[in-house]
Design a binder for this molecule. Sequence first.
Ligand code: NAD
Length: 526
Amino acid sequence: MGTEFQNRSQNGPLPRAGRSLIERIVGEGEVGGAGSGSETWGHGDPLRRFSPIDLRPLSVVRRASVQDYRDIVDRTATAFGVWRMVPAPKRGEIVRQIGTVLRWHKRDLAEVVCREVGKTRVEAEGEVQEMIDMADFAVGLSRMLYGVTLPSERSGHRIYEQWHPLGPVGVITAFNFPLAVWAWNAFVALVCGDTVIWKPSSKAALSAVAVMKLIWPVLKRNDLPDGLLNLVVGSGPSIGEAMIHDRRIPLVSATGSVRMGRQVAAAVGNRLGRTILELGGNNAVIVTPSADLDLAVRAVAFGAIGTAGQRCTTIRRVLVHADSFDDFSASLARSYQQLRIGNPLEDGVHMGPLIDAEAVNAMQAALQQLKDQGGSIMYGGQVLSGGIFDSGTYVTPCIAEARAEMPIVREETFAPILYLIRFRTMEEAVAALKAVPQGLSSAIFTNHLLEAEAFLSAGGSDCGIANVNTGTSGAEIGGAFGGEKDSGGGREAGSDAWKAYMRRQTVTINWSRKLPLAQGIEFNVD
Ligand code: NAD
């Protein structure tokens, strides 16, 4: 192995599975939640998975124990010693093969996501497509891990920067993008020469097991050692805490709530490790008087309702000019009325269930707070019942009228609640957009160049993402993804986000036969 790594892509494709992926996993009754390249196991508690669609049992995933976690870290540390010496383009070739397997199993994997977290089929397929796009991106990246060459002030000297693999990367993911966020991290980390230990959300453990079971054979076929791509299903307080305190993990990339991010930042920072934090959002859209209202309504409807309002980039606040407020809200309510809410496996359904009854309760509690704070519900917000809705996980998405300064508006409620807020001046709108602790995504709808430029200027949006005439969600993988303030400050996926997964080394080579010192310092000894 190591530098003798062989390219086995000429061996042809892996055989397609006869039974569907969900049958292959669920059919086993209980699956282990720990693994590092072939079998799964687990010595922790059983985690019973139920579908939010109808509360039917899906499977039992046996959680990893802390000892399982430690065994996996041993393996990944050994695998890193091998993998870091494989040339980056050859690492890219492995990611290319992984992308191919994902292409073959796009529908299968999407179905697991759909059943486990309740995304509509088209959104779940979009999530797998995002993994495929990320694989393609990482393959190209594997030939573009550029360092720069710098002019030296000393004659006969050359200075350059090179990038080396960093080590095993801990990836902690949230339930709402059970696969794509792992792919953003894992494929970039792999081409950078890192190994990956993944702790998925317990609410999406089966999706994680499914993708590992699909991908591990690629590694085996290429004679790669166990430990490159690892899985540890377990709770935040046990496995998550073990990972964030583990000095063998130089980088922890964590996606989830702000509360979780603070814990991760404190623990990893205390041992002077690195973090990439992708945390909650509270994303706003400004609709100015010059905006194309039809375009804005369509974008806001998708941005607020997609994934049942459970995206970090979900539109939560719309700042609408007072003169167009009534037209905008009436038109938005009309488009909400046309929604099909139901079983997300069925074609044509726009919105499936929330992840669980707890999320429904949190939504109801937020609506009560809204009313207590002087806001009003303009549309929806009910818990649905009857038939499949008796699961207690389905709601009608809500449009509410609110004011920017209400405490509930400053919070991220992970549910389809959209706050409409009136404004009079552009300054007032931008100030309201920024008056929340989070800073993930933002957008303006305008046909006025000056408004768009003011929004994009240094005094405008304070978010990691700022869009014009398109919504806040649905980012492409080519850009660096992440937010500011309480949204964490991390960047993942495209652009130069790869630099966080490598260590930079500045190299000075003296090819003269003298020893000039920098800054003109003289130090003469015989
Ligand atoms: P969560 O914070 O409850 O859990 C996220 C992950 O963190 C889980 O794997 C959980 O087990 C783990 N975790 C919790 N406590 C931990 C600890 N002390 N140490 C280590 N790991 C710990 O979030 P969730 O409910 O699964 O997801 C919803 C949240 O995630 C929302 O706030 C949403 O905005 C955010 N999110 C952000 C992004 C982004 O890219 N910015 C993407 C998706 C979701």
